[in-house]
Structure formats: structure tokens, C-alpha cells
Design a protein around this ligand. Structure first.
Ligand SMILES: Nc1ncnc2c1ncn2[C@@H]1O[C@H](COP(=O)(O)OP(=O)(O)O)[C@@H](O)[C@H]1O
Ligand SMILES: NC(=O)c1ccc[n+]([C@@H]2O[C@H](COP(=O)(O)O)[C@@H](O)[C@H]2O)c1
Length: 200
């Protein structure tokens, strides 16, 4: 059985989870891995000289564990034990004969071992003001301290995006300010087309 791995990357609060969940529900034989599930515990995340916990770097994540999950899915694509596949979902046979895996997260394309795993890579962007506004309504554990967005989150985002763009590797950019349904419809159609070409 063929596997088709989709990356849904992008800025914090860009709409990654919203899009990935919709695709997960609608694509046949689809599993989902979320990078947010691989954050280290607070005590294991380093603190910078200003006292900010450095959550927005790869070192804050157990990427080896995430990679193990992805590799295990690839080897045993029918085994959804290690992913968040909806256990109540009735398995549907894909007309393409493909098993889909969505990997969703804010630092996907900065982690080189994942690079050649993806069949298709998407990256959601939103402008600074919109991102700051959306982030201010979200509560993380631990919550963002004052000035965390401007002092850590946004500068780290720009740094990683800059590195990613320098090594441009076929990423499809998505405007996260568009309507949720429009983003979803475009990506869904794009994936089905790519998967058909892939299995031809
Ligand atoms: N296309 C969109 N337009 C406006 N708001 C959106 C859109 N997509 C997601 N949101 C909202 O933005 C916030 C962050 O979305 P989420 O999918 O959790 O982002 P991420 O996983 O990238 O952090 C949520 O409040 C969500 O409802
Ligand atoms: N899940 C956690 O343990 C945790 C803790 C603190 C901050 N965060 C934030 O999560 C963000 C990434 O996730 P989103 O892309 O879903 O916003 C990062 O910007 C990071 O600052 C996550």
C-alpha cells in the first residue's frame, strides 16, 4: 500500500490545526501527527538571558520521538496505534489505494530528518498584527508571559522562515487570512490531484 505524507506547517495561530483536522476528517485512510504533542516538559525547556522559556526552537521538542512515530506509521501504515487516528472512524478504502499521513506543526521544515518524508508541503502565513491578535486569545501551558510574542515567538518565527526560504524545497504557501473553507477546499483538491499523479 502506498503512503502519502502531507506537511501542514506555518506560523503559530496561522490555522494549521483547523486545516489539519478538516483534512483528517475528509481524506480516506488518514492519520494525523501533531508536533505540539512532542513539546518537552517545562523543566526541560531552556530559559534565555531575559528569563523567557525558549519554546519556539527545535530543542524544545522531542523530535526524535516524533520521528519514531512517523517512521513507525510509514512501516506499518495500517497501524494507527501510535497516531491520533480517530478510533471510531470506519476505515474507508481509498480509491487511490493510498494511506495518508498529515504532520502538522510550527517547526516542520526546519527539521531535516523529516524533509524527504513529505510528499507535499504546505505553509500557512498570517501578518504580524493578525498573529499577535490571535495569539493573545490563546492560553498555552505555561501561559505566555508579558512581551513573549515580540521578544521570543515572532523573532524565532522570522528566523526559521528565513532559513526555510533560503533552502526552498517545493513548499506551497497558503494565506491564513482567507476563509477557512476556501483554504481547506484548495488544499483538499491539491492533495487529491497530487496523490492521483503519485499512484499513476
Ligand atoms: N482561516 C481562518 N480565518 C480566521 N481565523 C482562523 C482561520 N483559521 C483558524 N482561525 C482561528 O485562529 C486561531 C488559531 O487557529 P489554529 O488552527 O489553532 O492555529 P495553529 O494550529 O496554526 O496554531 C483559532 O482561534 C482559529 O479559530
Ligand atoms: N504545548 C506546549 O507545551 C507549549 C508551551 C508553551 C508555548 N507553546 C507554544 O506553542 C506554539 C506552537 O504551537 P501552535 O503553532 O499550535 O501555536 C509555540 O509558539 C510555543 O510558544 C506551547
Amino acid at each position: 500500500m502506498k503512503t502519502f505524507v502531507i506537511g501542514i506547517g506555518g506560523v503559530t495561530n496561522g490555522g494549521k490545526t483547523t486545516l489539519a483536522n478538516k483534512l483528517h476528517k475528509s481524506l480516506p485512510n488518514c492519520s494525523l501527527v501533531c508536533q505540539d504533542d512532542y513539546f518537552k516538559s517545562e523543566a526541560d525547556v531552556e530559559t534565555d538571558e531575559r528569563g523567557f522559556k525558549m519554546y519556539d526552537v527545535l530543542e524544545a521538542l522531542n523530535m526524535d520521538d516524533m520521528m519514531t512515530t512517523v517512521n513507525s506509521w510509514t512501516k506499518h501504515s495500517k497501524d494507527a496505534e501510535t497516531t491520533r487516528q480517530n478510533q471510531n472512524e470506519i476505515p474507508r478504502k481509498s480509491e487511490d489505494g493510498v494511506y495518508f499521513l498529515i504532520i502538522e506543526g510550527f517547526l516542520l521544515y526546519s527539521y531535516m530528518p523529516l524533509d524527504n518524508v513529505f510528499n507535499k508541503k504546505y505553509f500557512l502565513t498570517i501578518p504580524y498584527e493578525e498573529c499577535k491578535k490571535r495569539r493573545s486569545t490563546r492560553v498555552y501551558e505555561p501561559p505566555d508571559p508579558p512581551d513573549y510574542f515580540d521578544g521570543h515567538v515572532w523573532p524565532m518565527y522570522l528566523k526559521h522562515k528565513d532559513q526555510m526560504e533560503k533552502a526552498e524545497r517545493g513548499i506551497v504557501y497558503l494565506d491564513g487570512t482567507k476563509l477557512e473553507d476556501d483554504i481547506y477546499s484548495f488544499v483538499y483538491a491539491d492533495i487529491r490531484k497530487a496523490a492521483q499523479e503519485f499512484t499513476r
